[in-house]
Design a protein around this ligand. Sequence first.
Ligand code: MG
Length: 260
Amino acid sequence: MRFALFTLLTILLASSASFAQKSFHKNKVIAHRGAWKANGLPQNSIASLKQAVALGCEGSEFDVWMTSDGILVVNHDADFEGMEIETSTYKELLTKKLANGENLPTVEEYLKAGKKQKGTKLIFEIKPSKISVERSQEVAEKSVLAVKKMKAEKWVDYITFSYEGGLKAIEMDPKANVAYLTGDKTPAELKEAGFFGFDYNINLLKNNPQWIQEAKDLGLTVNAWTVNKEEDLRWFLDQEPDFITTDEPELLFRLIEAKK
Ligand code: MG
């Protein structure tokens, strides 16, 4: 009887949605700010992360800022409901909600939600501070420390427009995957600095397609933002990138399926 109960529990655990997926998906689809668009969810909400997980995306991207009192929060813009994040306290930011009723998520809350599953990676964008380069480095440092504290290293890849912030993240965790967003460094320069790859603007890559092969030859990963138009998705898929960042994960899944 005890054995039967144990077996039943094992089956229940193995089949529960959270742990059914044993390893991360490999399908290139990165939902930009979560999968929000098709269901009208707020960008960067926990709900949009859960939707990216439900779709089976390889990654779900989110943006991180630091409040004036040093709390890392998840939001795209520099301001939230009229409050500048970098000069507001976390408590002040809590006075407003996301459109779906969620509080502005902290990084800790976001990672906690993301760690409940093992299919979708968490693509952590370290936002450059508008105050100073030093503050960007501080945000990067705190970000890596938060990921370590949450034991979320396996889930997290970093991206950033802040070159200095990226270098700081690499210094804090040399094993971390950190990709650069700005587009002003060649693949060789990124390799030399210890980056994992690039995640460049799709139009920049269309104008400099040779960077894609150069990156692959150097063992760097290739990703682009934010690829939403069908013709661009098709063009980029043909380049066989590692990842594609899009607001249209459902469309991208359809195009990948059609290519098989
Ligand atoms: Mg972003």
